[in-house]
Design a protein around this ligand. Structure first.
Ligand code: PMP
Length: 427
């Protein structure tokens, strides 16, 4: 028995399913989850002292690599000063200023503790601002486990086969209108019927929770136009894409400006953080300036702010995203060519530092139904083949992969080499 197996057995005695977040349980891919004890740069080390090249990056935050010395130094400095005061600190303003600089659509920003809190608060604010109840989301997009947003959701909800979670009152879910990603006509149609009641459209500008699907040309622009036409708030959920597909997020990459943006992952540098921000007139509705209530005991926690700000500064260095994109491109091109040589149909696509692998003979994947038609069983075998060789991919066919600045060309080339030998076995 490996230590991971023993630890997983013990964990299941006390933690539902042995994990604190469902996808970690390997239910989608089968087998025993790997328990990690440390990480450095591009590598994870498990409890049995095996090394893995990591393409999960703690689900996104570790864009500069694990245990980044700059982050550790900032944390050590803060530790000596105190771990939290529940009162304002200077570093919170430094963080807010930095976010506003990196994303010019954000005039004011509020810190929270997770991506879920960020989207939940953004939706509440949009409802309070417009005085409307309905929201529009896209099938297969995941915005955290917010009641209103766990309707036709992606990520773990999809992997576990429960895109519509029990426990959410029908009277709440009925206000969530779900349409097809990358299908602007389906958005126009829902607005034709419900337009005056729609508070907000929330979208992952690059979908990363049904594998990785970039927006088709005109899709985000179309959302902007429809929201403007109906006085609805456009919310970009950049919890995953923010600071990753480009320094200024997907909104900079595609040149479309949302009203509100939800952030998470990278902004915390590996500590629990989320944020939401946007137009002054909307953000001024928020307590204590306005009547929409939102709060948090640990919000703006100085340890988390220090870690996050250090990462945001690090990724602001010139050329950071060019290098990140280069590594992702090298990986994607390598995997695509390897699959070709192995005779395994594989569609590889991505933007900036995020990528997706689709086991399908179809061309670029743009829609949810096309994702669902892919060969998940083949993905699962690929996943385990790679795991055995020491390469850690997200344990689900519905998650995007991430590269970090710590990945070298040699890491990428080793990954492609390993992938080719695994792909040879998948015929
Ligand atoms: N939005 C998106 C786009 C996400 O990818 C996630 C998490 N994967 C969330 C929201 C929720 O963030 P958290 O898990 O920090 O609550």
């Amino acid at each position: 028995m490996t230590r991971s197996e023993a630890l997983f057995a013990e964990a299941q005695k006390y933690i539902p399913g042995g994990v604190n977040s469902p996808v970690r349980a390997f239910k989608g891919v089968g087998g025993t989850p790997v328990f990690f004890k440390s990480a450095k740069g591009a590598y994870l080390y498990d409890e049995d002292d095996r090394r893995y090249t990591d393409y999960v990056g703690s689900w996104g935050p570790m864009i500069t690599g694990h245990s980044d010395e700059r982050v550790l130094a900032a944390l050590r400095e803060q530790l000596d000063q105190g771990t939290g005061f529940g009162a304002p600190t200077e570093v919170e303003t430094a963080m807010a200023r930095k976010v506003c600089e990196l994303m010019p659509s954000i005039d004011l920003v509020r810190m929270v503790n997770s991506g879920t809190e960020a989207t939940m608060s953004a939706v509440r604010l949009a409802r309070g601002f417009t005085g409307r109840d309905k929201i529009v989301k896209f099938e297969g997009c995941y915005h955290g486990h917010v009641d209103s947003l766990l309707v036709k959701a992606g990520s773990g909800a999809l992997t576990m086969g429960v895109p519509n979670s029990p426990g959410i009152p029908a009277s709440l879910a009925e206000h969530t209108l779900t349409v097809r990603y990358n299908d602007i006509d389906s958005v126009r149609e829902v607005f034709r019927i419900h337009g005056d009641a729609i508070a907000a459209v929330i979208v992952e500008p690059v979908a990363g929770n049904m594998n990785c699907i970039p927006p088709l040309p005109g899709f985000l622009e179309g959302l902007r136009e429809v929201c403007d036409g109906h006085g609805s708030v456009l919310i970009f959920d950049e919890v995953m894409s923010g600071f990753r597909v480009a320094l200024g997020g997907a909104q900079a990459h595609y040149g479309v400006t949302p009203d509100l943006t939800a952030l998470g992952k990278i902004i915390g540098g590996g500590l629990p953080v989320g944020a939401f921000g946007g137009k002054r007139a909307i953000m001024e509705m928020l307590s204590p300036l306005g009547p929409v209530y939102q709060a948090g005991t640990l919000s703006g926690n100085p340890l988390a702010m220090r870690a996050g700000l250090t990462v945001l500064n690090a990724i602001s260095e010139p050329g950071f995203h060019d290098r990140l994109g280069h590594m992702a491109q090298r990986l994607m091109a390598g995997l695509s060519a390897a699959a070709g040589r192995a005779g395994i149909p594989l569609q590889v696509q991505g933007v900036g530092g995020m990528f997706g692998l689709f086991f399908t003979d179809k061309g670029p994947i743009a829609h949810f139904d096309e994702v669902m038609a892919c060969d998940t069983e083949r993905f699962n075998r690929f996943f385990h083949g790679m795991l055995d060789k020491g390469f850690y991919l997200a344990p689900s066919a519905f998650e995007a992969g991430f590269v970090s600045a710590a990945h070298t060309e040699a890491d990428i080339d080793d990954t492609v080499l390993a992938a080719e030998s695994v792909l040879q076995t998948l015929g």
